[in-house]
Design a protein around this ligand. Structure first.
Ligand code: HEM
Length: 432
């Protein structure tokens, strides 16, 4: 996954551009019966709208697929994805990728950056930083945050009162995680407007086509956030509060602590990693429920099924499409050789839709007994924010359904975002 977005953390801008510039390569791949290259990315309409068609074609023909266009091995079988994520010998650091490999080409800025986030660090650096941030992050129990999250959701829903139809993404799914992470980090109420502007602006980092204005906006956001976090960290060092930034300053393992720079990078990662993904999860869940009225009725009748509904969304329509690993020595996957430094891309989304794992995988069934999925990745880099994201989605859905007993799709077309490695809808127009 390459969802770090701010230049400070590592920029995916180049990746997005390159894929667009390579449109011709994707075109030639279209003639082949086995989908490859751009057909296995969000730049392809079939991949966006009916990804299972791409996954089924690959699983049937080449479950370990050599994508010669983007220079990566692509995995679509759950069993291979699980094994890859579990393999602790593999690297996530693009600077260890071979020149010309998918990771190296897509993430040159990350490879060159001295300030990599934990998403792109291997042990021992990953273990050290993840240990410190986990201490701070897990210090506040998710249960203690639930009332705050519910209050934020209610306030956003209050603002929708009297509207005939509204875009749930813009007015609810997007602002909710931004406000939650602002509260957790300890952003002062007076600074919330700036913070929200920077956070929302940073989502533009994933846009495949960037005008000079957008690039300028991204740079302004980067500078704004860096200056903001640096100032707040200095303030919290002098006068700690009950917030995550203070907790990161205080977190200690054997006398070791996070530097100011490391905390700034971590704040950016939490912001980028947590916002778009959680927005997409809430949006995808609402969409699945409104398109499956039997499941919605079941959920309304038995609200205890809420965690199951969120889990089923993560399986069927996950917010992150893929994550990449790099072997440091040559390896074989199902007989296919990967050289040292080669890229292996696990299509996380394909794993949850594998018929070998789930019967009738395209059916949205909140009572499905086994909902095994790979939406949060796995192994050493398993998503740090998974419990928070699930709690936010559960509460957001619960408050929304309680507020609007007749919530329905407004009948407008539902378009998917073209944001590399993400999977969500651009807008979700509903009637109350
Ligand atoms: C539904 C929402 C979310 C999804 C689908 C998601 C998905 C992921 C995935 C796929 C990874 C990479 C795992 C791998 O490569 O094995 C990841 C890593 C990470 N996520 Fe999330 N995430 C979500 C929400 C959040 C939230 C709310 C936060 C924090 C506020 C967060 C923080 C992180 C961090 C810090 C990492 C890096 C972990 C590491 O490298 O050790 N995520 N996430």
């Amino acid at each position: 996954m390459v969802f770090q977005g701010l230049p400070l953390v590592e920029v995916p801008v180049r990746r997005a551009r390159l894929r667009v510039d390579n449109g011709g390569l994707g075109g030639s791949a279209m003639d082949q019966s086995v989908p490859t290259g751009l057909e296995l990315t969000v730049f392809d309409a079939v991949f966006r709208e009916r990804p299972h068609e791409r996954f089924d074609a690959l699983r049937a023909a080449e479950p370990v697929h050599e994508d010669k266009v983007l220079n990566r091995l692509v995995l679509t079988r759950a069993v291979d994805i699980a094994a890859l994520l579990k393999d602790r010998s593999l690297s996530v650091d693009p600077s260890k990728s071979a020149p010309g490999s998918f990771s190296a080409v897509m993430l040159p800025d990350v490879a060159a950056s001295p300030d990599k986030s934990i998403l792109f660090l291997d042990d021992p650096d990953h273990r050290r930083l993840r240990g410190l941030v986990s201490k701070a992050f897990n210090a506040r129990s998710i249960d203690s945050l639930r009332p705050h999250i519910a209050a934020i959701a209610d306030a956003l829903l209050d603002a929708l009162a009297g509207r005939g139809e509204f875009d749930l993404i813009a007015d609810y799914c997007s602002p909710l995680p931004i406000i939650v992470i602002a509260e957790i980090l300890g952003v002062d109420t007076a600074d919330r407007a700036d913070f929200r502007r920077w956070s929302q602006g940073s989502a533009q980092a994933f846009s495949p086509v960037k005008s000079p204005e957008t690039i300028a906006l991204l740079e302004a956001n980067r500078q704004g956030l860096e200056a903001y976090f640096s100032r707040v960290i200095a303030e919290r060092r002098a006068a700690p509060r009950d917030d995550l930034i203070s907790a990161m300053i205080a977190a200690e393992t054997d006398g070791d602590r996070m530097t100011t720079r490391e905390i700034v990078v971590m704040c950016n990662l939490l912001l980028i990693a947590g916002n778009l993904t959680t927005t997409d999860l809430i949006g995808n869940a609402v969409l699945a429920l409104l398109r499956n009225p039997d499941q919605l009725a079941k959920l309304r009748a038995r609200p205890a099924l809420m965690p199951a509904a969120v889990e089923e969304t993560l399986r069927l329509d996950p917010p992150v499409t893929d994550t990449v690993r790099t072997p440091l020595c040559p390896m074989r996957i199902d007989g296919v050789e990967v050289p040292a430094g080669g890229s292996v891309d696990a299509l996380l989304m394909a794993g949850g839709l594998d018929p070998a794992l789930h019967a009738d995988p395209l059916r949205f069934d909140i009572e499905r007994a086994d909902k095994t999925h790979f939406a949060f990745g796995g192994g050493l880099h398993f998503c740090l924010g998974a419990p928070l994201a699930k709690a936010e989605a559960e509460i957001a859905l619960e408050r929304l359904l309680a507020r609007f007993p007749r919530l329905a799709l407004a009948g407008r077309p539902v378009a998917r975002n073209i944001t590399p490695s993400f999977n969500g809808v651009e807008a979700l127009w509903v009637t109350p």
